[in-house]
Design a protein around this ligand. Structure first.
Ligand code: ME8
Length: 664
């Protein structure tokens, strides 16, 4: 029976460009949407951008442009990122869309009229990064632990939403619907938040402090708090209140988020929806979403990947190198939904070679090559029952069921594992059945027909099953197998009929996934790591020889004259600060005893020294290096440091000497 399915990604802030984390959430939603289309459901998939609030106003101001122009640019970047990743959303929403602004104002007015919004006074510790007041408990050393910067104490008049009055109703709803928030660990996390009394939510910002927001319909001195604005996007996208899309899709709403925004989605949003239902004279749970699906975080190297740490992975670059399908497959296969996972290009390549080149690519090419060689590419009919062939086909049907169950539950890695077990079985079946031996034996021709037929049917099943995750590959395989579009075939047909008709003529297969040379990828990763550990400013990576090779060959010998060309001097650090927008760089003011005062030198040691550790310290400087500009700061020289394992230490004399002393 056809059902509705509405899936949403978070709408992404436009204060940074799209990265791997955004790509993951959006790919997951795309795969879930495609899977439901295969089930024959009516599907709507929405993504978009979150464009109001302090954070965006701050980012625009930094670039010296108006917030709207800034939001237009970055929102455009998000929109342009999705098609090359084979993401096919039905709606892209922006919180600056006039229709969204009107919906937010309508909902605010309704909740205000129903008495659930009131004017009050509030004083608290506000974090600009989180765009919210933090409780005392949340602070660590007076700072926001997520943004590592001090909060500001702000006291002001504001409007409040009576969130606290829905606390009990929310607890009861979660208890009655155990998979309202899933996986379970996040449901438990929300329930444990709800053990403490829930305070009312401050939902406005005075225009004296922030104008980049949606004006409150009942008081123009305020704009709407960004979360109250952003969450409503999910309703705007369906044309709340009257559009027929609402009736069709809202009851089938599935939100998808990462764990970072669990509280707004697990607490603010359902209580807002209850207040709206009350204002619309409906039962409190009338508008509650069906499921909140929460995934973990992708990390790169040791830490969490985030825009503020600057260790982000650009999704389009990876898709360009490995193909969108391989990238999608890796993300969905390597992250157990709900848990954190580590990203590395080497792991991606390992998966590619093992699962795509070896398992799937190999099965596809060996089966179709044998068919071509032994039957001129014509798919034979299986006339006589062969138990092992039947067994393989039964495994295929079981895989379809297992896969469907796992996909419904958002266990993408397990769903893919079902498919790859089938591929593995089929490859082992080829080895056991030895079609190349059968081909030589005139008495075994009917058996060879049955073996080839069973294998081609398994390829047909796999073609459809991989469509949600690898749509391009699925389409290419379908083309070679003479199938209809996989999305038209759907899952139901896989349970009964053979997909590839006997008598169809298939061509010689292309290589789906050529193997990738892992040595090359490893060398690239080592080079990147070595570069990241370089102590000093390195303006052009092109000037460096390849690190992997360089490590193997000792540097060439040089004459003393060549060494003497380097003017090494001792300098005293008079001032030090971080370079804005660069995680690795410190701007140092170094006294080399020169008449025109200390020089500015930029050093790539910010991850190894806090600026204050260097004050008053003497360091060795290459004083005759040509000036370079790094992140907008002119650097006149280079500080020497020793690099051992992952430590970087600057060189200093063991007793203070006059600044400008020659180092030989
Ligand atoms: O929070 N690993 O926007 P945002 C996995 N505008 N997923 C990640 C990730 C990572 N390292 N980093 C980000 C906002 N994400 C609000 C949302 S919704 C009404 C408003 C993904 O740009 C993940 O989906 O900070 C996470 O929840 C989202 O990006 C946060 O995006």
């Amino acid at each position: 029976m056809s059902q509705s399915f509405y899936i949403t990604t978070p709408i992404y802030y436009v204060n940074a460009e799209p990265h791997l984390g955004h790509a993951y959430s959006t790919i997951v939603c795309d795969a879930a949407a495609r899977f439901h289309r295969l089930l024959g459901d009516e599907v709507r998939f929405q993504t978009g951008t979150d464009e109001h609030g302090d954070k965006i106003a701050e980012a625009a101001a930094k670039q010296g442009i108006a917030p709207q122009a800034y939001a237009d640019r970055v929102s455009g970047l998000f929109r342009a990122t999705w098609p090359p990743l084979a993401i096919a959303h039905d709606n892209f929403i922006r919180t600056t869309d006039p229709a969204h602004i009107a919906t937010v104002r309508l909902i605010l007015q309704k909740i205000f009229d129903a008495g659930d919004i009131y004017l009050g006074k509030y004083g608290g510790n506000y974090c600009v990064g989180c765009e919210r007041f933090l409780t005392d408990k949340e602070l660590i050393d007076g700072k926001c632990p997520d943004h590592d910067r001090p909060t500001q104490f702000i006291e002001e008049e504001n409007y409040f939403f009576r969130m606290g009055s829905y606390q009990q109703a929310l607890i009861e709803h979660i208890e009655r619907h155990p998979d309202f928030i899933r996986p379970e660990r996040y449901r438990n996390e929300v329930l444990s938040f709800l053990k403490e009394p829930l305070e009312d939510l401050c939902i406005s910002r005075p225009t004296s402090r922030l104008t980049w927001g949606i004006e409150l319909p009942f008081d123009p001195r305020f704009v709407t708090y960004v979360w109250f604005d952003a969450l409503i996007n999910y309703l705007t996208g369906l044309g709340y209140p009257d559009d027929p899309l609402m009736a069709k899709f809202w009851p089938a709403t599935q939100h998808l988020i990462a764990k970072d925004i669990l509280k707004p989605h697990g607490i603010y949003w359902p209580t807002m929806l209850m207040a709206l239902a009350k204002a619309d004279n409906k039962p409190l749970d009338a508008y509650l979403y069906q499921h909140l699906n929460v995934h973990g975080y992708w990390k790169t190297g040791a830490g969490k990947m985030s825009k503020s740490l600057g260790n982000v992975v650009a999704p389009l670059e990876l898709a360009k190198v490995y193909g969108a399908d391989a990238f999608r497959y890796f993300l969905l296969r390597d992250m157990a939904f709900g848990l954190d996972a580590s990203f590395s290009e080497e792991a991606l390549v390992e998966r590619y070679n093992a699962d795509l080149a070896n398992d799937l690519g190999n099965l596809f090419s060996r089966v179709l090559n044998m068919l071509y060689q032994y039957r001129g590419g014509v798919v034979p009919a299986a006339e006589f029952p062969q138990p092992d062939c039947q067994e393989l086909l039964d495994l295929g049907r079981q895989a379809v069921q297992g896969y469907s169950q796992q996909m419904q539950g958002f266990h993408f890695h397990l769903a893919l594992s079902e498919v790859w077990q089938l591929i593995g079985e089929a490859n082992r079946f080829v080895v056991r059945a030895e079609p190349w031996v059968l081909a030589k034996d005139p008495a075994q021709q009917k058996r060879l027909d049955a073996v080839l037929c069973a294998l081609v049917q398994v390829l047909g099943l796999v073609t459809v099953l991989i469509e949600p995750v690898m749509p391009g590959t699925s389409l290419a395989m379908a083309g070679h197998l003479g199938l209809e579009l996989p999305e038209l075939i759907g899952l139901a047909r896989l349970e009964s009929a053979d997909l590839v008709a006997a008598g169809t003529t298939l061509g010689k297969p292309p290589a789906l996934f050529p193997r990738i040379d892992t040595a090359k990828v490893k060398a690239k990763a080592e080079k990147a790591e070595a570069k990241a550990a370089l102590p000093a400013e390195t303006p052009s990576p092109k000037e460096k020889k390849p690190m992997a090779k360089e490590a193997a060959a000792p540097p060439a010998q040089i004459e003393y004259d060549e060494f003497a060309k380097v003017d090494l001097k001792l300098g005293t650090v008079r001032a030090a600060e971080k370079v804005k927008g660069a995680d690795r760089l410190l701007k140092l003011s170094i006294d080399l005893g020169e008449e025109d005062g200390p020089r500015t030198v930029v050093a790539g040691i910010a991850q190894h020294y806090a600026p204050e550790e260097l004050l008053g310290r003497q360091v060795v400087v290459v004083a005759n290096l040509k000036p370079v500009t790094l992140k907008g700061v002119e650097s006149r020289g280079m500080v020497l440091a020793a690099v051992g394992d992952d430590k970087v230490r600057v060189l200093s004399p063991d007793t203070l000497l006059p600044p400008g002393s020659k180092v030989r």
